[in-house]
Design a protein around this ligand. Structure first.
Ligand code: 8X3
Length: 258
């Protein structure tokens, strides 16, 4: 897990949605790369356990309970820092896979809140601290759903397009400031929670998402990519990285072994 360009040990990396999946794996990877990681999530016990694990293995981690959609809480969280090196906007997720004709507007709203407004909240609150570091990086974990659509995906696709546009626009707006904006767009990733949350806890439906797919990406595959982009020299901005498993050629073209 050694990085090509180890950052100073004092650099702080904030990771949202760090209680499981890509966020937790990113916390581990950035800690291994020498960052002091601040793990945030709604599930306090989960981030505390992960921080303990990282600290016990020689890394440096702190846990903070945070709902990214709660702007007052995010602003309060931001006061804890003078400067921050890295912000990984990972919190988000999908709810439902219904067609436009019957999708639940409440699900659409929640997805917009978590995937877009959550990213907006953290980015707005921490941008001055990222600038103050003199060498900041904002990561937006979007999705291949942020770049193209698929049937039954519109609510999530719309939200992830929002996250994609936020990243692209921010990069334009802050050019000249010492902050990179990097978007990571994963395709099919098998994590403990993503599909299960999407299908309201229905394990059978969740399992079907990955059925017959030889090797979906893992959370660590994505975390590895995130850590790689973060540890490039400061002048290198990986604008957008799309990752899919070899068995997935597009959002709708997946090879399944029967
Ligand atoms: C996850 C990818 O295909 O489920 O962000 O929308 S997909």
């Amino acid at each position: 897990m050694a990085s090509a360009v180890p950052p100073a040990a004092s650099r702080v990396a904030v990771v949202t949605g760090a209680s499981s999946g890509i966020g937790a794996a990113t916390g581990r990877r950035l800690a291994a790369a020498g960052y002091r990681v601040v793990l945030t999530a709604r599930r306090k016990d989960r981030v505390e356990a992960l921080a303990e694990e990282i600290n016990a293995s020689g890394g440096s981690a702190a846990a903070y309970q945070l709902d990214v959609t709660d702007r007052a809480a995010v602003d309060e969280f931001a006061t804890a820092f003078q400067s921050i090196g890295v912000l990984v906007n990972n919190a988000g997720g999908a709810l439902g896979a219904d067609p436009v004709a019957t999708g639940d507007p409440a699900d659409w709203r929640t997805m917009y809140e978590t995937n877009v407004i959550g990213t907006l909240n953290l980015t707005q609150a921490l941008l001055p601290k990222l600038v103050a570091s003199g060498d900041g990086t904002v990561i937006v974990v979007s999705s291949t759903a942020g770049l193209g659509t698929y049937e039954g995906g519109a609510g999530y696709v719309a939200a992830k397009h929002g996250a994609h546009v936020l990243a692209e626009t921010l990069r334009l707006e802050i050019v000249g400031q010492p902050v990179r904006v990097i978007e990571i767009a994963p395709g099919m990733v098998r994590t403990e929670g993503f599909a299960l949350t999407r299908y309201g806890g229905d394990e059978e439906k969740a399992a079907k998402v990955y059925e017959g797919v030889a090797e979906p990406l893992t959370a660590d595959d994505v975390a590895d990519a995130i850590a790689w982009t973060v540890t490039r020299p400061s002048h290198v901005n990986v604008d957008l990285m799309v990752l899919r498993p070899r068995a997935q050629a597009s959002n709708t073209k997946v090879h399944r072994e029967r």
